[in-house]
Write a protein that binds this ligand. Structure first.
Ligand code: GAP
Length: 512
């Protein structure tokens, strides 16, 4: 998908009521978005697919809904107060603040664009006989550009990992990076800025600083013992949660990819120490299967193993999707050891142990975490589904080929005319079907226009009610993807739609 197509995704999302900029009538709040009438349905269905795949399909996984506000000491224990930050730099002339690493990565991108130009030129020159892999491996210009990218990578990670941020500033100066707004190279030093939002909570003894959670995971850790005891859970077992998280992302980029307020779907799987790699491998495979089960081309996904691990992890991998701006993380699977529970033990003085009846010992469980951003998954589905289809004879249509079970509406009911008793019969059909499905009712405009509107929001089935329907008790159903139409009895509708759009069929793909 090109940059141009991605712009189409963003404008389609707005035009068809999926995603709006927050507070748009006040000129918009940067990196904050609202989900419109269709977006909220798609988001709910993705969440449901995730929840059912975790909680309903695994008898050893239960859910929790922890509060966003937590005791501020939680974030001290988890390491977020001291370590959850981004390196920022200000331009003294424009007064704009940037993420130092992003400025550098954007600079590196120029070399990637140069490489791409070399490839496009060579493709034109060699035509069908062009071997891209061989060209990339042997072309001296590409080799030079790649060496430059690697050298910058090395200097950047040296500066960040050692905490010697003056090295990052030196790199920006050596590369001659200028402020995109003022064009000047008049930079401040690079400093770490914490990503957590804080606010004040009033109490009888005054006010205290409290944070908006930057991840949902800690709400699971602090409830580990409550749930293990009251649910009589035996290891291995998991706790799943979906909910909002907040991060003060200074750089607003790529639409709903990087937001200040977003939603996570996280599951912490508690296991016996020593078995964590087995479970890490299980979840790594199972989570990719969850993605591929949505019918997305498997080439669009890849694993990205972390080479440098966070201090609490002994293995970590990202599941990445091929966005128009390259492969980017959608989900992370982390083997978090016993770090979080042990930290909460140390900060509270409470034992967060598990008594193992079999080995007759008690220990702090290890944890394997799966963590996916709901908004990023939404973007994956929208980017993958939106197509402009050439229908021949100068005709085309815009169609959103969402997985049928996740589409905002499962069916649309369309009387051909709004008279002669057709709206009444349509409403009768609607009243039965709406008990099982989210149905769209529309009687305005030509049938062709109404089909196009349903295609554009991804409705898998349209039901057309015509004059004959009054006589023969049958309607025409039209399938979004094939545009095939067939005549079926009204009594058969429920069965046909169920088969086409049920989440059961999706879940089936995960248990086989
Ligand atoms: N508990 C682990 C954790 O929070 P993370 O890699 O920081 O790990 C997990 O976040 C997922 O949350 C990411 O893979 C991404 O999908 C999503 N995510 C993180 N920051 C985000 C942001 N600013 N906007 C949208 N989604 C975000």
């Amino acid at each position: 998908m090109s940059e141009e197509q991605f712009k189409n995704v963003i404008s389609h999302a707005k035009e068809y009521g999926f995603v709006f900029q927050s507070s748009e009538i006040y000129d918009g709040l940067s990196a904050v978005y609202d989900y419109g009438q269709n977006g909220v349905e798609l988001k709910k269905n993705i969440r449901e697919y995730w929840w059912k795949s975790m909680v309903q399909l695994h008898d050893n996984i239960v859910g929790v809904d922890a509060a966003i506000f937590m005791d501020p000491k939680v974030w001290k224990a988890s390491g977020h107060v001291d370590g959850f930050s981004d390196p920022m730099i200000d331009n003294k002339d424009s007064k704009k603040r940037y993420r130092a690493d992003v400025l550098i990565e954007d600079y590196q991108e120029k070399y990637r664009v140069k490489n791409q130009k070399e490839i496009t030129k060579a493709k034109k020159r060699f035509g069908d006989s062009f071997d891209e892999a061989q060209f990339v491996a042997t072309n001296p210009n590409i080799a030079r550009n790649n060496a430059k990218i690697a050298e910058i990578d090395q200097r950047l990670s040296d500066g960040l990992e050692s905490g010697e941020l003056h090295k990052v500033k030196e790199l920006i100066e050596d590369l001659g990076i200028a402020c995109p707004v003022s064009g000047s190279k008049n930079w401040t030093d690079v400093r770490q800025f914490n990503l957590m939002y804080s606010t004040q909570m009033s109490a009888t003894d005054g006010e205290s600083q409290i944070y908006l959670r930057p991840e949902t995971a800690q709400g699971i850790f602090v409830n580990y013992l409550n749930i293990q005891k009251t649910g009589r859970m035996k290891l291995p077992f998991g706790i799943a949660q979906t909910g909002k998280a907040f991060r003060n992302e200074i750089v607003a980029r790529q639409f709903i990819m990087r937001m200040k307020e977003f939603e996570q779907m996280e599951m912490q799987f508690f296991v016996q120490p020593g078995t964590e790699m087995k479970w890490y491998d299980y979840w790594k495979a199972h989570r990719l299967k969850w993605h591929q089960n949505l019918g997305i081309d498997s080439e669009k996904y890849r694993y990205h193993d972390h080479v440098k691990l966070a201090h609490y992890a002994n293995a970590a991998v990202d599941i990445e999707y091929d966005f128009p701006f390259g492969f980017k993380e959608v989900e992370g699977i982390h083997s978090r050891t016993d770090f979080d529970l042990k930290q909460h033990e140390a900060f509270t003085g409470k034992k967060l142990r598990y008594f193992d009846n079999e080995s007759n010992e008690s220990y702090v469980p290890y944890v394997v975490e799966t963590s996916i951003g709901l908004d990023r998954m939404f973007l994956v589905l929208m980017s993958n589904a939106l197509q402009n289809e050439d229908l021949g004879e100068g005709k085309s249509r815009t169609v959103l080929r969402l997985p049928a079970a996740l589409a905002p509406y499962q069916c649309a009911i369309l009387p051909v005319v709004k008279k002669d008793g057709l709206p009444e019969l349509s409403q009768k059909i609607m009243n039965t079907l709406k008990l099982d499905f989210n149905c769209y009712y529309e009687e305005k405009d030509s049938i062709g226009k109404r089909y196009r509107r349903q295609d554009a929001i991804g409705t898998p089935i349209c039901i057309t009610v015509d004059h004959e329907s009054l006589e023969d008790g049958a309607v025409t159903i039209r399938f979004r993807d094939s545009m095939e139409q067939k005549r079926v009895a009204i009594d058969e509708l429920e069965g046909i739609i169920s088969k086409e759009v049920s989440i059961k069929a999706l879940l089936q793909g995960l248990v086989n």
